[in-house]
Unconditional design. Structure first.
Length: 83
């Protein structure tokens, strides 16, 4: 049986959403770890301004990573690409 154009479009939209969720999760994990590394680098910084900048920048990066990861997870556990 041939799929209708509407069915094909709906399948494509589901696949695109699943792919976007995967990308958001992967990018979120990367930014979470990178932000934690930047935040930990304040231990090796000598100046108070440097420490404050590292903590603030690391916190912002970690926050963005957490939000991306949460956005990717909100698509549901079955949102991964299945082929």
């Amino acid at each position: 049986m041939k799929e209708s154009a509407k069915d094909v479009r709906q399948k494509r939209e589901r696949d695109e959403k699943a792919y976007a969720a995967q990308v958001n999760r992967a990018l979120g994990i990367f930014l979470l770890f990178f932000g934690l590394i930047v935040m930990a680098s304040f231990l090796m910084t000598e100046t108070p301004i440097g420490k404050a900048v590292n903590l603030l920048a690391g916190g912002i990066i970690t926050l963005i990573g957490g939000l991306l990861f949460a956005k990717g997870r909100s698509a549901g556990p079955g949102s991964g690409m299945h082929r």
